[in-house]
Design a protein around this ligand. Structure first.
Ligand SMILES: NC(=O)c1ccc[n+]([C@@H]2O[C@H](COP(=O)([O-])OP(=O)(O)OC[C@H]3O[C@@H](n4cnc5c(N)ncnc54)[C@H](OP(=O)(O)O)[C@@H]3O)[C@@H](O)[C@H]2O)c1
Length: 373
């Protein structure tokens, strides 16, 4: 059985690779870049998860492929040989820049998906397709329950990333309809880990937040006027949100295990979508405190923002991750629970857990853990 995986060098993909190697004698990784370099990254990363299990990476075959190009930019005969030999394709590669340039995001998230689907249709076999999407295809709908079979742009999107992943799902549905082939779509929520950061591991996606907080302010406010200048350390800044809001955060290791277990089931008829989410939402206040720890500034989540400071004005214009502070929706995962039962994820996601997976700030963060008013 030949199984291929894109995105294996990433935060989720490396965990998926680990799960797949537990099930299959070998896994073919489709990655950009020089194969030896990719193998080295994967080997070092896998050693962090399974230090006793030497030789895991020896069972990985790396194919240097560019998913943003037709035929994955492979020589024709190599492409055909690959297509003819595949039994399953996991498509996990993606650009996760929440507010990135839409054309750039589409290159990887939409066109990349198209070319992976082309590969799935190009060979003698009919490989099963597993597509990694996101719970955030639900877009700018901020309240209520999102169901696994819903896919709509009626609420608009909080950012370009969501839109590109929505378009990718549409493409998957169209392909499944046109070919009559089954596809499994996984929609994880915000992925986290408690595994301490290490240079050999893919970067925690939440680290982008720190860059957002300081980078945005620097670029918008001009040279010399850094957030530290504008934000005396004794101050807290207010950010629009719902103090009673909630977000779904899911440990990445559990997410990968759930996806792999779902993939062990018989193929569905048509497209089957699973919300790979935590059973308990995390209060926005906990997320706000995480942002405080990452950014080193105190944050108050407020419903209204009268007399904003310059920095608050800039941040109120920025969507990025901050718009999720206004969310109070939850995701129905009945289908996952019907297939697998309870996921066995830790009861709730605590601030301590979230911090254990992130690098400590070099300067002491002025965190105030008193309840925000
Ligand atoms: N992180 C989350 O919270 C989260 C939540 C829900 C869904 N997801 C989805 O899960 C998937 C993986 O996300 P992640 O958090 O693991 O992201 P990540 O750590 O940034 O990894 C992204 C992966 O995609 C690959 N990739 C990116 N651009 C590429 C390109 N132009 N050509 C080929 N490969 C490319 C990267 O390869 P390089 O190493 O070569 O850059 C890497 O392997 C994505 O589809 C994302 O939408 C993530």
């Amino acid at each position: 059985m030949r199984v291929a995986l894109t995105g294996a060098t990433g935060f989720l993909g490396l965990r998926l690779l680990h799960e797949l190697l537990r099930r299959h004698p070998s896994v073919t990784v489709l990655a950009r870049g020089e194969p030896d370099r990719v193998r080295e990254r994967i080997t070092r990363g896998l050693d962090r998860f399974a230090p006793g299990l030497t030789g895991l990476a020896d069972r990985v075959q790396v194919v240097s492929a560019r998913i943003t190009e037709p035929g994955l930019a492979l020589p024709k005969s190599d492409y055909q040989e690959l297509a003819d030999s595949l039994d399953a394709i996991w498509h996990c590669a993606g650009n996760t820049t929440l507010d990135g340039d839409l054309a750039t995001l589409r290159e990887v998230n939409v066109e990349g998906t198209r070319y992976v689907l082309d590969l799935a249709g190009a060979g003698r076999r009919t490989p099963m397709v597993f597509h990694v999407s996101t719970a955030f295809v639900a877009g700018a709908r901020r309240t209520g329950v999102v169901y696994e079979d819903e896919l709509t742009d009626a609420y608009g999107f909080e950012g370009t990333y969501e839109r590109s992943k929505f378009e990718a799902e549409q493409l998957v549905h169209a392909w499944a309809r046109a070919t009559g082939r089954p596809v499994v779509i996984f929609r994880p929520s915000v992925l986290t880990t408690g595994l301490p950061p290490h240079p050999d591991l893919p970067e925690h996606p939440l680290l982008n937040i720190t860059r957002n907080l300081s980078g945005i302010a620097r670029s918008q406010l001009g040279p010399g006027r850094t957030p530290d200048v504008l934000l005396p350390r004794t101050n807290r800044f207010r950010i629009l949100g719902r103090p009673d809001g909630q977000l779904n955060l899911m440990p990445v290791e559990f997410a990968a295990a759930v996806m792999a277990r779902l993939a062990d089931l018989p193929p569905p008829d048509g497209v089957e979508t699973y919300h790979v989410v935590h059973g308990q939402e995390t209060p926005v206040v906990v997320f706000g405190r995480l942002l405080e720890q990452l950014s080193g500034v105190r944050i108050a989540v407020v419903l209204e923002l009268p007399d904003p400071s310059p920095y608050e004005s800039v941040l109120s214009l920025v969507r990025g991750v901050f718009c999720y502070l206004r969310h109070h929706r939850r995701y129905d995962d009945s289908r996952v629970r019907a297939r697998l039962g309870p996921a066995g994820v830790p009861e709730h996601i605590s601030l301590e857990y979230l911090l254990s997976g992130l690098p400590p700030r070099t300067e002491a963060a002025p965190v105030d853990l008193a309840p925000h008013r």
